[in-house]
Design a protein around this ligand. Structure first.
Ligand SMILES: [Ca+2]
Length: 241
């Protein structure tokens, strides 16, 4: 009986693991900003350029579009002294730019998205391409931006991790961190521009692209196996299965 039970458990485990595949799909969408209208009336620095399901949560993040079809082109933002001029998207042809500045009393531009539900207790990795234009541009618009700022990532308003600052100007670099999904969450992820933590002129204009939230490989399998072990332990006192 015991042998049959173990085999049955393994079979059930396999079914659970394969049947639950859709639940571990990546919850975030449009993390590369490739789809959706950013500027219905043409690029405007006073309007947020966050294509759905992204939305701005503070001031007006800017969308860049290397095709110039919907956003600031490869020439950069003219009013910002050609901010990110010549910058090719890290992935696809669009990316977002946003600022942290000591000007205007201090601003931290930000944007957010409510993703598909998270699985409580599961580990996820947040990753992105990050870049900074630290050439001292956009003086009338919160500049000059000399910093290489960071990006704080919030889940439901709570800090879960940081995309750390660049080590070079105008260069895409990969950043990531992991977090454990809480027991309860509305799955609202917010990305908030931060000042350069080390530069005495800390105002920073930062770009992000290819944002991904990826379930950790094997996390579900571990959860399933733990559940089966717990289940077997519970059955033992009941009489020999
Ligand atoms: Ca992109």
């Amino acid at each position: 009986m015991a042998r049959i039970s173990i085999l049955g458990s393994l079979a059930m485990f396999t079914v659970l693991a394969s049947g639950a595949t859709p639940a571990v799909a990546r919850p975030l969408v449009n993390g590369s900003f490739e789809t959706g209208v950013a500027y219905s009336g043409g690029p405007n620095i006073f309007s947020p350029g966050t294509p759905a399901p992204w939305y701005a949560t503070s001031f007006t993040p800017d969308l860049y579009d290397n095709t110039s079809a919907d956003g600031w082109g490869i020439g950069g933002i003219p009013a910002y002294d050609n901010m990110f001029k010549g910058m090719v998207a890290c992935d696809g042809h669009r990316f977002i730019g946003f600022a942290a500045s000591t000007d205007f009393g201090g601003i931290n531009e930000s944007f957010a998205q409510q993703t598909a539900p998270l699985i409580p207790g599961n580990q996820y990795t947040v990753s992105a391409c990050i870049a900074a234009d630290d050439l001292g541009k956009a003086i009338p618009y919160g500049g000059p931006y000399y910093g290489r700022g960071e990006v704080n990532v919030l889940l439901d308003g709570n800090f879960i991790g940081k995309l750390t600052q660049n080590t070079a100007s105008l260069t895409w670099e990969s950043r990531s961190f992991t977090f454990i999904a809480p027991a309860s969450s509305t799955a609202v992820f917010e990305f908030v521009a931060q000042l350069d933590p080390f530069n005495p002129a800390p105002s920073s204009y930062i770009a992000l692209d290819d944002i991904q939230i990826t379930p950790a490989p094997g996390t579900l399998a571990l959860v399933g196996l733990a559940g089966l072990v717990a289940g077997r332990r519970r059955t033992r006192p009941g009489g020999g299965v």
